[in-house]
Design a protein. Structure first.
Length: 79
């Protein structure tokens, strides 16, 4: 199970920048199609809100890769 957690840690670390890149690319394309202030504000809010979420995803992946989730409190492995 710990190997699976580390594998998913790598996945989360890679998924964060990929999601940011895709979001920014999509925002630029949508703003290019309809360059009015409403579209710019909408996509600007999407990007500003999502970037910290993606950074948190990368931090979560880093902790999983480092093995921080190996022994969670309150969990019984004797079952």
């Amino acid at each position: 199970m710990s190997r699976l957690k580390k594998l998913f840690g790598v996945l989360w670390i890679a998924l964060g920048p990929a999601a940011i890149w895709y979001l920014v690319r999509t925002a630029a394309a949508e703003i290019g199609k309809n360059p009015v202030i409403d579209t710019k504000i909408q996509w600007g809010v999407f990007v500003v809100v999502f970037i910290p979420i993606a950074i948190g995803l990368m931090i979560f992946g880093w902790y999983a890769l480092q093995g921080e989730y190996e022994h969670l409190p309150g969990r019984s492995d004797e079952l």
